[in-house]
Write a new protein. Sequence first.
Length: 289
Amino acid sequence: MSIIKTEHLTYVYSPDTPYRKTAVSDVNLEIGEGDMVGVIGHTGSGKSTLIQHFNGLLRPTEGKIYVGGEDMWQNPKEIRRFRFQVGLVFQYPEYQLFEDTVYKDISFGPRNMGLSEEEIDRRVRHAAAFVGLKEKHLQKSPFELSGGQKRRVAIAGVIAMSPRVLILDEPTAGLDPKGREMILGQIREYHEQEKNTVLLVSHSMEDVAKYAKTALVMNQGRVFMYAPVEEVFSHAAELTELGLSVPQVSRVFLTLAGRGYPVSSNVFTVEQAKRELLRALAEGGKQNA
């Protein structure tokens, strides 16, 4: 069953002006409930414009969007209800922080949902603990925290609304490798525990290969490819032509296979590479025995 569906979705910036630009063009897409989708594409491909439609920040110029089978814009007065179902964490989400304490920032969404104080408190503490924030952080100003901690506060604020879909636009931008691994590990754990849908927008092909199950490739405002990660990264030459770089380990195995070594060319994570090398070595040993 699809949680998000688009039909002929098109969005035009600055229509009826000399600056008119079609950012998304005739997109037909179905995102399955419970899927973990990596959204990739070069700058200007339309991926950020597309995801802003999913929680109603942008209204289609043409076409329709369905969330849980409901037409999002059938009644524009109800758009707020869909924004609670589809949570969006922007790139550099710490810029979204504005309250004087971490607790208030995380509680902002749940409070606007009209929940009881008891339920708000439960959600705030659950979301904070989930992203690794301790009790002592909750009464601090978010602006006293480190960059990585601010990022966690912003993510916790969206998680606290218990959205059916969580969208993260470059959630690791500007973080060091340790911070990236921590944030992405928490996102994967969240997805596995909550069984909801997660869309991870990233320029890092390695991150998409490691954490996503499905990859959505955008190019010139259209869906270029939407398939399981292993299938998408098997089209290395086509992705390279789009200005995207497949994972480094994939390039290594494509080169090895091209030179006649008995290894699969369809490898896109370090774990797969390890298994494939061990398999090739084991089979080579049997042949020599």
